[in-house]
Design a protein around this ligand. Structure first.
Ligand code: T46
Length: 141
């Protein structure tokens, strides 16, 4: 399936864990596309589900700096779930994957760097339409 989990560079002083960590991303070095937009989702309660769509062009980099969020991805034939449960974990998500995000902890924060500006016409929000779209992609249309 067309996604990649990566370890975000981070710094943590093992002698002073109470000082916390510092994770960092360099545009166009750590993220494989020029970032046009950043957004984040905050204040969501445990068990909330969001997403339920795919994109046509927009590539995204997701990370969860606080809490745990599970991301279910579906390419039209199979489904896989990954956990964003570490501030130093990042998910490169290809546009054509249907995705659903599940809040596993209260107040977990989802940060997203996107390759495109917001455009509602880039979204496929109907699952049956998505299945048809995925089928056409597989057939190379
Ligand atoms: C995605 C997942 C991971 C804007 O006006 N501008 C924006 O940049 C975004 C991201 C959203 N919006 C509006 C569109 C909706 O009226 O904010 C509202 C909530 O968006 P949505 O219901 O699409 O939120 P999620 O959590 O289902 O999905 C979001 C992103 O929209 C989506 O691209 O991949 O997070």
């Amino acid at each position: 399936m067309n996604y990649k989990l990566i370890e975000i560079k981070h710094s943590q002083n093992k002698e002073h864990p109470e000082n916390g960590g510092l994770a960092f991303l360099e545009a166009e070095q750590d993220i494989p596309f020029p970032i046009k937009r950043i957004y984040w989702i905050y204040g969501a309660a445990k068990d909330v589900r969001r997403g339920f769509h795919a994109h046509k062009e927009n590539v995204q980099f997701l990370f969860c700096p606080f809490g745990r969020i599970d991301v279910m991805m579906d390419d039209g034939t199979t489904q896989e779930t990954v956990s964003l449960d570490d501030p130093a974990k990042g998910l490169i998500l290809s546009p054509e994957l249907w995705h659903e995000m599940l809040w596993m902890t209260d107040g977990a924060i989802l940060c997203v760097a996107a390759s495109d500006h917001y455009d509602e016409s880039d979204y496929i929000r109907d699952y049956d339409q998505f299945l048809e779209y995925a089928k056409q992609l597989r057939a190379g249309k």
